[in-house]
Design a protein around this ligand. Sequence first.
Ligand code: GAR
Length: 217
Amino acid sequence: MARLKVAVLISGRGSNLAALIEACAAPGFPAEIITVISNEPDAYGLKRARAAGIAATIVNHSAFPSRAEFEAALGEAIRAAGAELVCLAGFMRLLSEGFAREWRDRLINIHPSLLPAFRGLNTHARMIEAGVRFAGCTVHFVRTEMDAGPIIVQAAVPVRQDDTPETLAERTLAAEHRIYPLALRLIAEGRVRVVHEVVHIDGAAPAEAVVLNPLEA
Ligand code: GAR
């Protein structure tokens, strides 16, 4: 069966990109990454992509006079590659309503919190300050508001008494690396439907879209 063609958009380190590359390399995985695009010329993720033999390009936002022109170039690069799905993986530019509309239900993002709680930046520090007992991460379809849209997969990550934003981020990242490939697989298998802005997964086992990260020993 033809594999789903995926574009991954990054801005930095690209550890989620690496998790997706690894998943796609497994025999029988139903998706393939055909291009990686970074808005930051120095993003380390570009090196990871090239090392894996994936075409990697830069669409530098600061080289464009407006967001509309940046997004037009971005859209052009995605379409030219022939992508059917776009994965935002630490892509730190807000996308406009028009872009989200054009790619509706074909554009997904990973965010380091249990959405709809803790949208935005500095999630780990804000969660520790709020005293929540569970942090986590979410893969969701992108809508026009930031870090919002139908939830595909979530992982819960317990917060420890002695956590710092750094230790919590590190533990959450390990969960991100599990759920992003899981969400991609479910979509590529054609099992994900958005019904009234809620995701239904065809034939899913009761907890297939839930990942619990037990407290480490
Ligand atoms: C990840 O923790 C991702 O969830 C977060 O940026 C990091 C990127 O790391 N994304 C957001 O905060 C989006 N709102 P990575 O470059 O190593 O994948």
